[in-house]
Design a protein around this ligand. Structure first.
Ligand code: SF4
Length: 57
């Protein structure tokens, strides 16, 4: 998965960070979340959690 910086306002705590089963999503402050491709297994949970539709393939 990837985070689309055109959709994410990067101004809040990302709700997807805590639901990722492999802890692939990290975020510094309320900035743009980053997804570690080496950890992500493309389960899709974060896609459903992002209210802005900013996470996808
Ligand atoms: S697709 Fe699944 S494993 Fe990958 S970042 Fe999202 S929640 Fe984590």
């Amino acid at each position: 998965m990837n985070v689309d910086k055109r959709r994410c306002p990067a101004n809040h705590a990302c709700p997807a960070v805590r639901i990722c089963p492999t802890r692939a999503i990290s975020q510094i402050g309320g900035g743009l979340p980053r997804i570690d491709r080496a950890k992500c297994v493309d389960c899709g949970k974060c896609v459903r959690f992002c209210p802005m539709g900013a996470i996808g393939k």
